[in-house]
Ligand binder design. Structure first.
Ligand SMILES: Nc1ncnc2c1ncn2[C@@H]1O[C@H](COP(=O)(O)OP(=O)(O)OP(=O)(O)O)[C@@H](O)[C@H]1O
Ligand SMILES: O=C(O)C1=C[C@@H](O)[C@@H](O)[C@H](O)C1
Ligand SMILES: [Mg+2]
Length: 178
């Protein structure tokens, strides 16, 4: 089973992806981390020294080349579904879960975590909220194509269990539990 978690920065893709993988007893990967490991450079530094277009090429390559195992949960970057036909590729190659969140919720999550995220680093609270409003509107049509949409707010252990059960029922090709 290949599960792709998509959604805006701060929606909790990395946090939730890890927990979901744990419940499904399959490995967890994070596309931003895979990129940093392969390039031996932080995401911020890639944006700074090589630019966003280069980052999007690398992101696309890493997503498609990725072959950690037959079964995994992969949390993607906030922009991954939007570029280079990545959403079509993910829909064709696995189950795509959209972690949906409203701008005010995302802004409150992100306001103390801007430095590692080059697209929002240096913005004040007002600029951050305006950026999220505008960017989410552009990105949502891509996010909304996911097979499943889960509200990030109030996503507790029980809801995560329900998601894990739905995924295993509909996509029952599980690895032997570790
Ligand atoms: N269910 C949750 N409950 C409380 N806090 C959470 C939850 N999920 C995530 N967070 C917190 O929200 C922040 C953003 O989460 P996370 O880094 O997982 O988001 P992300 O979608 O992976 O972001 P990015 O796209 O930038 O990688 C972190 O501080 C994390 O600890
Ligand atoms: O929303 C985005 O475009 C990004 C989100 C992060 O996960 C990183 O992939 C990078 O900072 C770009
Ligand atoms: Mg993340």
């Amino acid at each position: 089973m290949q599960v792709f978690i998509i959604g805006f920065m701060g929606s909790g893709k990395t946090t939730v992806g890890k927990k979901l993988a744990n419940k499904l007893e399959i490995p967890f990967y994070d596309l931003d981390n895979l990129i940093e490991d392969k390039e031996q450079q932080s995401i911020s530094s890639i944006f700074e020294t090589r630019g966003e277009n280069a980052f999007r090429e690398i992101e696309n390559q890493r997503l498609r080349d990725f072959s950690g195992s037959d079964h995994y949960v992969l949390s993607t970057g906030g922009g991954t579904p939007v570029f280079h036909g990545n959403i079509d590729w993910m829909l064709a190659n696995g189950v795509v879960v959209y972690l949906q969140a409203e701008p005010a919720f995302l802004a409150s999550r992100l306001k103390n975590e801007k430095s590692k995220r080059p697209l929002i680093a240096g913005k004040n609270d007002e600029e951050l909220k305006a950026f999220i409003d505008e960017m989410l509107e552009k990105r949502e049509p891509y996010y909304k194509r996911a097979h499943f949409e889960i509200p990030a707010k109030g996503l507790n252990a029980q809801k995560l269990n329900e998601l894990a059960t739905t995924l295993t029922t509909q996509y029952p090709h599980r690895q032997t539990p570790r």
